[in-house]
Design a protein around this ligand. Structure first.
Ligand code: BTN
Length: 303
């Protein structure tokens, strides 16, 4: 394999330097194929075949790549999307060693969770991307609720059970000023994990399906159910029926009607009562003086 290609794979955090040197035998022409074939070892319980048993989708999950261990499924997905991977390609890894959360935070992704990314190429203006993230939150909450667990959404897209976080979404976009090249939507669900599997500082405020669900969850099934739910909501999004998504989001919301503190991107703090979300997915806050404020992005804490 060419030196430049190896450098690229390492810089995209797809392989460590040591692993990249093992790629010599792989067909140079198609990196995508190399990643598919070599991956990071054989998975132990998540497979394309098992996920497909539960799939009822047309385009989401047309191609599913499963890895044992990667740095970050979002990083690989961005790399593949840059090399032409199609809309609906899904990447799953049983373990992530360098996963990323929102606001530049690290995301712990040990064995037992659902860690996956979806490559999308929606033909919509870049301003509409925030709604994909909301739609993803709806699909995750519905998938978890199908397991008999009362999942709710905290704006913009954390999924909570009894106020504790069980899932998060990291959306990364490659777009010019008026055209989306691709969107990578990363989804993490703390499924077959115990609180002890996480470092002590994140245990408070976190929960898992092992702690909350009545029976053990099959990760392949959960991924399948989620992808089915996602395709439904994504089709609604592509058809422009935004109000339908917002109605579902509002019905599942754990945020509307609460008093909150918000740290906006850039550090600005705001406090107020959450009146609702508008049709761009922005939060509408009523401040103490009665004025309304639109919040596009930020970290929210219930008071
Ligand atoms: C959050 O901060 O709430 C977002 C967490 C997103 C984590 C997922 S796990 C799969 C995908 N790959 C990553 O590196 N991050 C996302």
């Amino acid at each position: 394999m060419k030196k430049e290609m190896m450098k690229l794979l390492v810089s995209h955090e797809i392989f460590t330097e040591e692993e990249a040197t093992k790629l010599d035998s792989i067909n140079e022409e198609t990196i995508e194929k190399a990643i598919k074939e070599l991956g990071f070892g054989k998975t132990e319980h998540i497979t394309k075949e098992k996920i497909s048993e539960f799939l009822e989708t047309e385009k989401i999950g047309k191609d599913i790549l499963c890895f044992r261990k990667v740095f970050s499924t979002n990083s690989i997905s961005k790399f593949l999307a840059n090399h032409g991977a199609e809309e609906g390609t899904i990447l799953v890894s049983e373990i992530q060693t360098n996963a990323r959360g929102r606001s530049g935070k690290k995301w712990e992704a040990p064995e037992g969770g659902v860690w996956m990314s979806m490559i999308l190429r929606p033909d919509v203006p870049p301003a509409k991307i925030g709604l994909i993230t909301l739609a993803t939150g709806v699909a995750i909450a519905k998938a978890i609720r199908s397991l008999d667990v009362d999942a709710k959404i905290k704006w913009p897209n954390d999924v909570l059970i009894k106020g504790n976080k069980i899932s998060g979404v990291l959306t990364e976009v490659n777009a010019t000023f008026n055209q989306i090249e691709y969107v990578v939507v990363g989804v993490g669900i703390d499924s077959n994990l115990k609180l002890e599997d996480f470092s002590e500082d994140i245990r408070i405020g976190t929960t898992t399906l092992t702690e909350e669900a009545p029976t053990k969850v099959d990760e392949n099934e959960l991924i399948g159910i989620f992808l089915n739910e996602f395709e439904k909501v994504y089709d609604i999004y592509l058809n422009g029926d935004i109000e339908d998504i917002l109605t579902e989001w509002r019905a599942l919301s754990d945020t509307i009607g609460k008093y909150v503190n918000i740290t906006q991107t850039g550090g600005h703090m705001t406090q107020g009562y959450v009146v609702g979300i508008n049709n761009e997915g922005s939060l509408i806050l009523e401040r103490q003086d009665g004025t309304l404020e639109k919040i596009i992005s930020g970290e929210l804490r219930t008071i």
